[in-house]
Design a protein around this ligand. Structure first.
Ligand code: ATP
Ligand code: MG
Length: 255
């Protein structure tokens, strides 16, 4: 479970609030999609969640652990793939995976089994002896996904994971995401691909100018004013055009 309680973050000496009193709960077993226009605050929110940024106000808890007071414990149970696949250039793919597995202290058996399964899934097996500097954008993305998944994290956080993936890898990633949630684990991901979000998310949150303006299942979003029968794309475009917070029939969590 992930819980944001009145989380805010500002830049420029507090003049620009890029995340504004975010209240949000993501339950285990659900695929949660975080949507919003460019600059809405998605990556900032994600970086606070995984401990790369510190919020100015509010609290974030991951499976009950506070990200400020026990950030290492949160990192141990979290798999994170950033929006930009920035990664060391010099090691080979396999050296990188073993390095990450050492950091997470993944036991030898689990390591071998998960690395070989994930590399095969992402069709990367043949490239693991090559230096990462020779990898394409999509290959780097898939290596980072493998690294994030191989320690079997309780919570998976993906910032625009479909970018750069070919259709087969994108399909496989969606299956991996579903499988992760079917095992009762938590998944939080951001995307601009609204068709994918509509199909695979159990719940969706829309952030605009730092404020969560809608949150719920597709059924709940459909019950907001003027949204009945509309695609997620149309609901998103209308909501983010008028900037006004919309009250949804469901709460922003299932609790
Ligand atoms: N280090 C920083 N210093 C100042 N402003 C920043 C910094 N990082 C982000 N911002 C600003 O915070 C706002 C939110 O950025 P963020 O990266 O969270 O948006 P996003 O929703 O992830 O957008 P995108 O869809 O383009 O990835 C933007 O206006 C951005 O310019
Ligand atoms: Mg972003």
């Amino acid at each position: 479970m992930i819980e944001f309680k009145r989380v805010s973050k500002s830049y420029h000496d507090g003049k620009i609030k890029v995340v504004d009193e975010l209240d949000l709960t993501v339950n285990p077993g659900e695929i949660f999609g975080f949507l919003g226009p460019n600059g809405a605050g998605k990556t900032t929110t994600i970086k606070m969640l995984v401990g790369l940024l510190t919020q100015d106000e509010g609290s974030i808890k991951v499976t009950g652990i506070d990200t400020l007071t026990d950030s290492l414990a949160v990192k141990k149970i979290t798999g994170y793939v950033p929006d930009q696949p920035e990664i060391y250039e010099k090691p080979t793919g396999m050296e990188y995976l073993n390095f990450i597995a050492d950091v997470y202290r993944v036991p030898a058996g689990t390591r071998a089994r998960n690395i070989s399964r994930l590399l095969e899934t992402f069709e990367l097996t043949g490239a693991t002896g090559d230096l990462i500097q020779s990898y394409s954008h999509g290959m780097r993305q898939k290596l980072l996904l493998t690294a994030a998944l191989m320690h079997e994290p309780e919570v998976l956080v993906l910032d625009e994971p479909m970018v750069g993936l070919n259709p087969r890898s994108s399909r496989l990633l969606k299956e991996i995401m579903r499988d992760h949630c079917n095992r009762g684990k938590t998944l939080f991901f951001s995307t601009h691909v609204l068709e994918v979000a509509e199909k695979i998310c159990d719940r969706i949150g829309i952030i605009n100018q730092g404020k969560l303006i809608a949150c719920g299942t597709m059924d709940e979003l459909h019950r907001t004013p003027h949204a009945e029968g509309k695609s997620l794309e149309n609901i998103f475009l209308e909501l983010t055009a008028n900037h006004e917070p919309v009250s949804v029939t469901g709460k922003n969590s299932n609790q």
